[in-house]
Design a protein around this ligand. Structure first.
Ligand SMILES: [Cu+2]
Length: 315
């Protein structure tokens, strides 16, 4: 059975690391002394929902992949040792950094490799990215989710936090095709001119999102579903729910002190917002950014193709 096939269910309790769409790089059911991951930073041309194509950057996990169209994604347990070896196939130095955990790490020159070792931080949602190219790395797509589960193996967003029955990780990002073209030609970009025209969840745009098992949120009535929003882009991505209210559990691992039911929650750039969604009714409902251009593709509205909109389905 291919490893990806394990990951689609997202049901808690079926296996310690079972979750939607995220790469498991340690053997299932057994904890490796050291989790070893090999990432390649590379340029790829991506086909977009409107028929255009875009030169992007990615971290590709040579042993697996991330949710949706993302080429990498890490799931570990709190306290695990992790060795990430990054090989750089890009035209400029990059690094591997985890905002809030490790910043300004040594860069890897083009053609070279370097190993980054760290101990998995407290349970919660994180992402890794490049921080030696200003915002260019994130704007080009150089990011992946890092999910840290509690050391006791429980299905909780943080140690002692609320439990969940199922979890999804949704990485939010956007791109400005002029920046991609400039970088493809070896240049940089003035981020003051950044005006994205493509929007993604797990590297996909609607309607691709509803055809992807990691990115279509499939739920059952009565469940508490955890959703980890990880904003790896350069603008805010406010998330609006139809059909349900959610409870924001934490923002960047800081636990909310006053928890109220919300139908919209802001996810600032660089922010990881974890929510619990009680599935109170069956049906299919959209979950989308409340930033209106975010549900377009190159200025065209969501029908027949669009941006950062996904479908939540409950039965
Ligand atoms: Cu709406």
């Amino acid at each position: 059975m291919k490893r990806r096939a394990f990951l689609k269910s997202g049901l808690a309790g079926s296996a310690a690391f079972a979750m939607s769409g995220l790469t498991l790089f340690s053997p299932r059911g057994a904890r490796a002394a050291v989790n070893r991951v090999d990432l390649v930073a590379e340029g790829v041309t991506r086909n977009l929902v409107d028929g255009n194509s875009l030169f992007t950057w990615q971290y590709r996990d040579t042993g697996g992949s991330g949710p949706g169209a993302l080429a990498s994604g890490l799931v570990v347990r709190e306290g695990d040792s992790v060795d990430v070896t990054l090989t750089n196939h890009l035209d400029r130095p990059v690094n591997f950094a985890i905002p809030g955990v490790m910043a300004a790490t040594p860069a890897v020159s083009p053609g070279a490799s370097r190993t980054y070792s760290f101990t998995a931080p407290p349970a919660g949602s994180y992402f890794y990215t490049d921080d030696v190219n200003g915002e260019i790395g994130r704007a080009m797509g150089l990011a992946g989710p890092l999910v840290v589960m509690p050391a006791d193996g429980s299905s909780r967003l943080y140690a002692g936090g609320p439990t969940f029955d199922r979890q999804y990780t949704l990485v939010l990002s956007e791109m400005d095709d002029r920046l991609n073209a400039a970088v493809q030609n070896g240049g940089g970009y003035d981020m003051a001119a950044y005006e994205p025209n493509y929007y993604f969840v797990n590297g996909l745009s609607y309607p691709e999102t509803k055809a992807d098992g990691d990115t279509l949120v499939a739920m059952s009535l009565g469940e508490d579903v955890a959703i980890r929003f990880i904003n790896a882009g350069c603008i805010s991505h406010p998330q609006h729910f139809h059909g349900y209210h959610v409870r924001v559990v934490s923002r960047n691992r800081v636990v909310e002190t006053a928890v109220i039911d919300k139908d919209t929650t802001q996810v600032e750039r660089g922010m990881c917002t974890d929510v619990i969604l009680p599935v109170t009714q069956p049906g299919a409902y959209p979950l989308h950014t409340h930033y209106v251009p975010g549900v377009t593709a190159n200025g065209v509205y969501v029908y027949p193709y669009g941006g950062a909109l996904i479908v939540m389905s409950a039965s």
